[in-house]
Design a protein around this ligand. Structure first.
Ligand code: FPP
Length: 281
């Protein structure tokens, strides 16, 4: 299958990217709900509930601070190993959150989408996800992406599998009609993006709360040149002022993308101007 976008796809894609791409993509590993609850003698789920309020607060802050895309890590594929009670309470919390937030998203211009696997999520949650995505899909002020049952390594392996399939099918085909699939950074990134059902720029700033200094399998490809920011604040306590502090620190970082300063700017602009193409199914 041809890896270059068709005219119409390219039009939609350019429009989508140009509207978001010059604003920042901030990703957050929301950590510390359990410790927040423990400090107060509360059950862990109380920490997650407070964490959901923090998501709402930080989404408002991100919109007010002009961030284009905010991706939050809410449930990793490894989190299935948590006690069944905690997992099911989290699933219900995600469902309730999507219900609560829909009206606010529409009022505030927030597009909501979910990345990660859906086949292991409860059906009632998948339905709510699809509904939220459908209803908010034209909103443009902020793109809020919630990562659920997400593993960056699994996404990379799945994209590699798909690339292999495409290469095999084009090399077995005698017809040039579809063109050959060429594996390069851009086509691979397109496959990865397609798994997340959208095209967004790489992460500019990755924040992790609660003092842990790990990436925990979160957007490893997309964070290749992200600036990393770690804060001891526990997620339920994270507020607009903390996000503003992180952005302030980010603005003082020197992003060189492996180049020297003069060429780094040009490289960053090229990266922003050349989003990955759409790979057709
Ligand atoms: C990590 O803290 C947090 C999680 C695994 C769950 C994240 C969920 C939320 C922030 C709440 C709801 C989110 C949405 C989008 C509605 P932890 O439990 O590992 O904390 P600990 O390390 O202190 O135990």
């Amino acid at each position: 299958m041809d890896s270059s976008p068709t005219g119409m796809e390219q039009g939609n894609l350019s429009q989508q990217i140009s509207e978001l791409d010059h604003r920042l993509h901030v990703a957050i590993i929301m950590d510390g709900n359990g410790r927040w609850a423990k400090k107060r003698g509360l059950p862990r789920i109380a920490g997650h509930r407070a964490g959901a309020h923090a998501v709402r607060r930080v989404t408002d802050a991100a919109r007010e601070l002009g961030i284009g895309t905010l991706t939050v890590f809410a449930f990793s594929s490894d989190n299935w190993q948590r006690p069944v009670m905690e997992v099911s309470a989290l699933m219900r919390l995600f469902h309730r959150y999507l219900r609560w937030e829909m009206g606010r998203c529409l009022k505030d211009g927030v597009r909501l989408s979910v990345i990660g696997r859906r086949d292991r999520l409860p059906q009632w949650l998948v339905k709510e996800i699809e509904h939220s995505e459908e209803v908010t899909r034209h909103e443009k002020r902020l793109h809020l992406r919630v990562a659920l049952d997400y593993s960056s390594r699994d996404s990379i392996v799945e994209a590699a599998r798909q690339a292999q399939r495409r290469m095999t099918s084009t090399s077995n085909s005698n017809s040039d009609a579809d063109g050959a699939f060429e594996l390069d950074r851009q086509s691979f990134q397109s496959l990865l993006s397609a798994l997340n059902r959208d095209q967004v720029k790489d992460v500019d700033l990755l924040i992790r709360t609660s003092g842990e200094l790990r990436l925990s399998d979160f957007m490893l490809w997309e964070c290749a040149y992200a600036e990393l920011y770690f804060t001891p604040v526990l997620w339920p306590d994270f507020k607009k002022e903390h996000l503003a502090e992180a952005l302030d620190e980010y603005s003082r970082r020197d992003r060189r993308y492996g180049a020297v300063k003069e060429t780094a700017l040009a490289a960053a602009e090229t990266q922003a101007a050349e989003p990955a193409g759409v790979v057709g199914d």
